[in-house]
Design a protein around this ligand. Structure first.
Ligand code: ATP
Ligand code: MG
Length: 217
């Protein structure tokens, strides 16, 4: 990487080609970076497409900025171009939680996931798509990524829904770890760094949502 600090974006490889986004790893002024580009979907009206894409990029950018301001571990925002439809951020080294859990990790991974979600929530942000693929195990800690569906003015319901989407992910993809959600909730309720945030109320809301969903299923 020597000398790279004088160079802007250098693309290295495409690491993810999803339905909505293409993710390329590379370097930016010598730092490991990720460029996420929205892929226009043919089935939506172009104007709607542009506005959705802009909205998600702005949401993700503003959220990453707020998280850094609040010292919550997260990718550092490097830049955006909402018109072209891309966002650039620092690359988090590590493996997805999905992989780490599949390999059979200690339950402290889920505990730390719970703590990580709570830290994000305590800054007023909801994530919008909490799954084990949108979380990275890095330096013995959990870092959430992919904030395109997040909200900066989150309500109790959004916090509860975050726990609920994780619960659905765990019960669909990590059935061999029956205590996963319990550990997540324990981590979420861990009040060792006592911010002014009512985690208990969020867990209660999550239980209510779970009841609602079961009832209608
Ligand atoms: N900052 C990052 N550091 C390391 N890996 C990343 C980072 N951002 C994205 N990735 C990798 O790329 C994958 C896809 O990125 P991401 O989840 O942000 O996009 P997506 O799931 O297509 O999101 P959406 O459809 O909501 O735009 C991630 O699961 C992860 O493996
Ligand atoms: Mg994702």
């Amino acid at each position: 990487m020597a000398g790279n600090e004088w160079l802007p974006w250098i693309a290295l490889e495409t690491i993810h080609l999803g339905a909505e986004a293409e993710v390329i790893s590379g370097t930016w002024i010598g730092r490991k970076a990720i460029l996420k580009r929205r892929i226009p979907r043919g089935y939506r009206h172009p104007a709607l497409e542009r506005s959705l894409s802009r909205q998600r990029i702005f949401a993700e950018a503003r959220i990453l900025a707020r998280l850094s301001e609040n010292k919550v571990k997260s990718p550092i925002l490097f830049g955006i171009d909402p018109e072209e439809g891309w966002i650039m951020m620092s690359k988090i080294d590590g493996q997805s939680l999905a992989k780490v859990l599949q390999k059979g990790a200690d339950y402290q991974v889920e505990y730390k996931l719970g703590q990580a979600i709570r830290k994000v929530h305590s800054t007023g942000i909801s994530h919008g798509d909490v799954t084990t693929l949108n979380a990275i195990w890095s330096d013995d800690d959990v870092i959430l990524i992919d904030y395109g569906l997040g909200r900066l003015v989150a309500e109790m319901e959004h916090f509860g829904l975050d726990l609920h989407s994780l619960h659905e992910c765990l019960s669909a993809h990590h059935v061999d770890r029956p205590e996963s959600m319990e550990k997540v909730l324990q981590g979420y309720l861990d009040n060792s760094n006592s911010e002014n945030f009512d985690a208990r109320a969020v867990v209660d809301r999550f239980e209510a949502i779970r009841g609602r969903v079961r009832y209608h299923a």
